[in-house]
Every structure is written in structure tokens, then in C-alpha cells.
Write a protein that binds this ligand. Structure first.
Ligand SMILES: Cc1ncc(COP(=O)(O)O)c(C=O)c1O
Length: 470
């Protein structure tokens, strides 16, 4: 490829990219689509002959633009989807351009050191032990997997078993304790790890989906042997936080009874509370646990995909993840090989976006995103409650709001689904539904650095319009 060819392809990509980003405040946030419409544009038989790279890129940009969900819009409130901070975006463009295989320092020295710096900054930001280990992974799912792989290693090693060498066949039983309201990525990680999702012991939750601490104590008292407990910092529905000091105390007592014990916190949504003076109290005690997962593509507003696995036990983390083989060049101790801390071999330098976001925002900027999104969640909750058309079902302690639309005919569940479908079709904002407490509800998640009062008010207007007509 000649220099001019690179320029043409960059132009073909960056022109539409720039137009797309500028259109975010005005374009519909979402529109229901027909997959056949998309297939008719991008499908067809395998091409026998080639097409120039710039033509392919230009066609892709043009064909797909109408079918993009505007995740980086300030009015995307579905699931827990963060926006796109410009520094993280710019860094990701460079990461794509540099095409570094960031598994080993020797293969990609520059980005490996950037990830090392980002890891240190994260521990400082999140106020976690400075000698904790950090892995940059694709998201909360793989962060939970990585942390639980380290947990599996440690509790079995403490029971005299080498799970990496000998697997689980014949191993001492690992008791896994989860909340009834855990995120679905926890059982999925247990499945990947051969620990089984159905064999986990479930502990009930209170009316805000926080773990019932007395029930946890009781469950732990009845267990003997290696134990992994999974708790949550930021519930997917309510945004609630488990009582971490009480969990750490219960785990300590379990350990003192002779049981190898590891407590993991899924902090995809709420580990970021620790950055904010205002919200830090919610996540107090987390620092006493053994591992923490979070998402940089949620409140840090890095691009998709970007998750982080952190553990207090670098030895266990590394034992669970690393691999050595003669044809590679492994670091000799002074530098960090990213591959030692994540499940991939070849990998994208995901930590570079994290580095750029933190460097651009600083501690105060990250705290500001946390505080602003949480205060906008409260604005939603207060205004919707005042409307008399809806009831807010959770204590809005963080960035999540659970709403029940009140149907005149009393069938609130069906009405909620109709209101949510209407909002999605309207395109002003994107919201999604959930089942919680035996009800169909609408979830609001404010997770975008770009969301402001006006976005919230426009979304509420659209919701109320839909509540009138659905
Ligand atoms: C509490 C929790 N854990 C895990 C995940 C999964 O994260 P990811 O989609 O980044 O894999 C989510 C996603 O919303 C979450 O809210």
C-alpha cells in the first residue's frame, strides 16, 4: 500500500466518523430496525474480486450509519452503557493505527508501559492496595472470569491443590456463594471455570438487592473447605452496594474457622464510587476484599470494549493467567507483560484508552463524572415521581433508577413494556426494561459524561408523551 492509499482510507473513515460524532446531539438515539434491510446493504455473496480499501470503508460508513445505536449520545440510558470520552476515543484511534500486539513488553514496549502506568493510576484512583495486580480485559464479564480464576487458584492452593496443573477432577470441592440478585456474568464465569453455575449457594437479598448479611453468615457457618464469595458494588438494577465491611468480617470469621476464603466484588457499575468524595461511603470496606472487577467502558467512558480485573494477590492472578513458552520473549522482572494478567494471548492494548481518559480527566474529572451521573439519576427520579404517572421503585443511591409506569387499567407490567417500546421507537432517548421484585419495570442508567440536564428533561418529555399514548 502506498502512502496516498493510507491517506485515502483515513479520509474515507474519518470524514464519516467526524460527521457521526457531530450528529450525536441531533440524530435519533435509536430506531427499531429490520435486519433484512441491513443485510440487503451489507450482505450478498462472497466477493470474487477485490474492491479498494477506501471504497469498502466509505460504503460501510454510508450503509451502516442509519443503523447505529447512539451509545455515545447523552440520551442513551439503556443497560449500563457508558459514553465516549474524547481522550479515550483519540487514544483508541492511535491503538488501531499502531496495530500493536500488546501481550508482551518485548513485542510492544510503548503500550505495555502505558498500561503499567494506567494500572498504577487506577489503584490510586480507586483507593485499592497499591501492590494489587491489574489486568486489562474486554469487559466486566472477563474481569469477573479473571478474578474468579485467581480466586479458584488461591483457595485450592491453600487447600493443597494445584488447579492449573491438575484441573478440577479429584480436587477439593470449592464452595461458591453468590447473591440471588448477582449479575448474570458471575454464573457465566463460574461455568467457564468448571465450578458450575447451578451448584453455587445462593444468599437472599434485601429489598434493594443488597446481600442479606445474616443469611451470608449462616451459609458460611454451614460450609467447610475452600470458599469463594461473590458480592457486588453497584447492582445492575438498583445500583445498590453490599455492606462490604460486614461481608469482610464474615469472610474473616470463615477464614479463622480454617476455610481458605476469597471474596470477589463485581464492581462493573459501582467500583467508581470510590473516586468520589460524595459517593465513596457506599463502597467503604471494599478495600478489605480479595478482588474487584470493573468496566472502563461504563463510568470512565472509554470506548468499547474495556474492562479491568484487579486482585489483592498478584501471585494467584498471575498463576491463573500467565503462560511461558520458549519462542516468546518474557519480561525479566523490571517490566510488565500484559499477558500475565489477562486471559488473551495476542491482544489489543485496551489500557491505553484507560490511560488517556484518566490523564485527561484527572482524579477530579473522574469524580465529577460519577457525581454528575448520579445527580442526573436523581433528577430523573424526582421529576418522574412528581409526574404522578410513575413510581420510582429503588432507593436512588447511585446512577440507576427503576421506574414503574402506572397504568390507568392497573396492568402496570404490560403498560411498562408498551411505554418502553414507545420510547425506543420515538428515538429521543433509549431506555430498556427489566424484571425486578416480581414486576416489569423501566431501567434508567445514567452513565455518560456527556449527559446534561437538558438531555434528562428531553428524555422525560418523551417518556411522558409515551405514557399518554402507549
Ligand atoms: C454488575 C455488572 N457486572 C458485569 C457486567 C458485564 O459487563 P460487560 O458487559 O462489560 O462484560 C455488567 C454489565 O452491565 C454489570 O452491570
Amino acid at each position: 500500500m502506498r502512502q496516498s492509499d493510507w491517506e485515502r482510507v483515513i479520509e474515507a473513515a474519518m470524514g464519516p466518523a467526524s460527521r457521526y460524532l457531530k450528529s450525536l446531539p441531533h440524530r435519533p438515539v435509536y430506531r427499531p430496525t429490520d435486519p433484512d434491510e441491513i443485510r440487503s446493504l451489507v450482505g450478498g455473496p462472497l466477493p470474487e474480486e477485490g474492491t479498494s480499501p477506501q471504497e469498502v470503508v466509505a460504503a460501510l460508513a454510508q450503509d451502516l450509519e442509519p443503523f447505529l445505536a447512539s451509545h455515545a449520545s447523552g440520551r442513551y440510558f439503556g443497560f449500563v452503557i457508558g459514553g465516549l470520552h474524547p481522550a479515550a476515543y483519540g487514544a483508541e484511534l492511535l491503538v488501531s493505527t499502531w496495530d500493536q500486539n500488546a501481550g508482551l513488553y518485548a513485542v510492544a514496549p510503548g503500550v505495555s508501559v502505558v498500561e503499567e502506568v494506567a494500572a498504577g493510576w487506577l489503584l490510586d484512583l480507586l483507593q485499592l492496595p497499591r501492590d494489587a495486580s491489574v489486568g486489562f480485559v474486554t469487559g466486566g464479564q472477563m474481569a469477573n472470569f479473571t478474578c474468579l480464576a485467581a480466586a479458584r487458584h488461591q483457595v485450592l492452593r491453600d487447600a493443597g491443590w494445584d488447579v492449573e496443573a491438575d484441573g478440577l477432577q479429584g480436587a477439593p470441592k470449592v464452595h461458591v456463594v453468590v447473591k440471588t440478585e448477582r449479575h448474570s456474568t458471575i454464573p457465566r464465569a463460574l461455568r467457564y471455570l468448571g465450578l458450575g453455575e447451578a451448584t453455587a449457594v445462593e444468599v437472599p437479598c434485601d429489598d434493594q438487592s443488597r446481600i442479606d448479611i445474616d443469611a451470608l453468615e449462616e451459609v458460611l457457618t454451614g460450609l467447610e473447605g475452600p470458599t469463594v464469595v461473590c458480592v457486588e458494588s453497584g447492582d445492575i438494577n438498583t445500583g445498590s452496594f453490599d455492606p462490604f465491611h460486614a461481608v469482610a468480617d464474615a469472610a474473616e470469621r470463615h477464614r479463622e474457622r480454617g476455610n481458605p476464603t476469597w471474596v470477589h466484588a463485581d464492581g462493573a457499575v459501582g467500583l467508581w464510587a470510590r473516586v468520589s468524595q460524595t459517593h465513596r461511603h457506599l463502597a467503604e470496606g471494599l478495600e478489605r476484599l480479595d478482588s474487584w472487577s470493573t468496566d472502563a467502558h461504563k463510568l470512565l467512558n472509554c470506548g468499547y470494549d474495556s474492562g479491568i480485573a484487579i486482585t489483592r494477590h498478584p501471585g494467584a492472578h498471575r498463576a491463573a493467567m500467565s503462560v511461558q513458552t520458549p519462542y516468546l520473549i518474557h519480561a525479566d522482572g523490571d517490566v510488565r507483560d500484559p499477558m500475565d494478567w489477562n486471559p488473551e494471548f495476542s491482544r489489543r492494548a485496551r489500557g491505553v484508552g484507560v490511560y488517556a481518559a484518566i490523564r485527561s480527566l484527572g482524579r477530579t474529572g473522574v469524580a465529577d463524572i460519577v457525581d454528575r451521573t448520579c445527580s442526573l439519576a436523581k433528577r430523573f427520579a424526582d421529576r418522574l415521581a412528581d409526574s404522578d404517572r410513575a413510581e420510582v421503585m429503588n432507593e436512588v443511591v447511585f446512577n440507576q433508577v427503576l421506574v414503574q409506569w402506572l397504568s390507568p387499567d392497573g396492568d402496570h407490567d404490560a403498560f411498562n413494556d408498551r411505554v418502553v417500546a414507545c420510547i425506543q421507537a420515538d428515538g429521543t432517548a433509549f431506555l430498556s426494561g427489566t424484571n425486578w421484585g416480581g414486576m416489569r419495570l423501566m431501567r434508567i442508567s445514567v452513565s455518560d459524561w456527556a449527559t446534561d440536564d437538558n438531555d434528562v428533561d428531553r428524555a422525560i418529555e418523551a417518556m411522558l408523551r409515551c405514557a399518554d399514548t402507549a
